[in-house]
Design a protein around this ligand. Structure first.
Ligand SMILES: *Cc1c(COP(=O)(O)O)cnc(C)c1O
Length: 353
């Protein structure tokens, strides 16, 4: 007999990107962290934390944070749910809404691999529908699958493409289940689907402080949806899922939109420069709305380059998955980091045509 349920024995756990200990002399372009520090105002709050906040249990709904989100994004404060990273909210959504064959989890692939892990844990039947090679959304098949939960990352990872608002509206209209629009990378994109929340009760838009706000270590994400949809999720989440430190620091970070926007602007500019330079060196680079680019090296030797770069002190992401074997996902770093990456990449053996 196993200690575990059959589905746990059968599944493979989620494998996060490599996280070397802080201080390791390495350029980390593998997990889409922001290369810039968090807002100075957020750090100021962190330095001045009162011990009383730690002695007491935190606010289970992080209402101060919800108010700040309401101010910053112009959404009602009672339409916000806060999570221990948006990963927790994805977990809560699937636990709340999906399960078995009758309540499947549906998403286009390739996308965020955690979706598959969370469905396997539930367990819920998974329907994975491939994107076209140029990443057009398989709209008709997604609608036909009628997921209890349909997940669309936009901008998507690892491709970086944004899904059009028109396609998302079609989905929202034609699904009887929940449509999750995972906007982890929206801070680097030109558009958002946030407006759909007002229009459709079955839509939840997920955001995170991990990417745009440089706070991946804080673990804070949030969802915006109709209170009717949130009411079920509140039953399922841990009561004290967001700690007092995260609530205080995250609130200051959300309030400092100007700082976040300035960092994102810089990253978007550097993304364009890296894209042009890589294309000039023969790489295929997919157009990206995120803080990373998906690239195909001229020789297709992505796995080799991943290893070779690692030996030279640069981490990028390689996915050994169908359709991605010949590609690398590279997080946009500082201008200097991107330049160094480019130099190493073009000097490695087998790169010059
Ligand atoms: C990074 C990421 C998240 C979540 O991150 P958290 O750190 O848990 O907030 C969610 N979805 C996608 C597609 C991501 O890339």
């Amino acid at each position: 007999m196993s200690y575990f349920r059959r589905v746990i024995d059968a599944m493979t756990g989620y494998v996060p990107g490599e996280q070397p200990p802080p201080g390791t002399p390495i350029i980390k372009l593998n997990t889409n962290e922001n290369p810039y520090p968090p807002s100075p105002k957020a750090l100021e709050v962190l330095r001045n934390l009162e011990s009383e906040w730690l002695r007491r249990y935190p606010d289970p709904f992080a209402r101060r944070f919800c108010e700040a989100v309401s101010q910053a994004l112009g959404v009602p404060a009672d339409g916000v749910i806060v999570g221990n990273g948006s990963d927790e909210l994805l977990n809560v959504l699937i636990r709340s809404c999906a399960g078995g064959q009758d309540r499947p989890v549906v998403y286009p692939i390739p996308t965020y691999v955690l979706y598959r892990t969370l469905a396997a844990l539930q367990p819920a039947t998974v329907v994975e529908i491939p994107y076209s090679p140029d990443f057009r959304l398989p709209l008709a098949s997604l609608i036909a699958a009628q997921g209890a939960v349909t997940l669309i990352a936009s901008p998507n990872s690892p491709s970086g493409h944004g899904v059009s608002q028109a396609d998302l509206r079609q989905l929202a209209q034609n699904l009887s289940g929940v449509l999750v629009i995972d906007e982890a990378y929206v801070d680097f994109a030109e558009t958002s689907a946030l407006d759909l929340v007002e229009e459709f009760e079955n839509v939840i838009v997920l955001r995170t402080l991990s990417k745009g706000y440089s706070l991946a270590g804080l673990r804070m994400g949030f969802g915006i949806a109709h209170p009717a949809l949130l009411s079920g999720l509140f039953k399922v989440k841990d009561s004290y899922n967001i700690d007092a430190i995260a609530t205080a620091v995250g609130t200051a970070a959300i309030q400092d939109q100007a700082y976040k926007n300035a960092c994102a602007e810089q990253i978007k500019q550097d993304r364009e420069i890296l894209t042009v330079n890589l294309r000039g060196s023969g790489f295929k680079v997919f157009d990206s709305q995120a803080n990373f680019v998906l690239v195909t090296p001229p020789q297709g030797n992505a796995e080799f380059l991943h290893q070779a770069l690692k030996h030279q002190g640069i981490l990028v992401r390689y996915f050994k998955q169908p359709g991605l074997e010949d590609k690398l996902r590279i997080t946009i770093g500082t201008a200097a980091q991107n330049q160094l990456l480019l130099e190493k990449l073009t000097l490695l053996p087998g790169q010059n045509p």
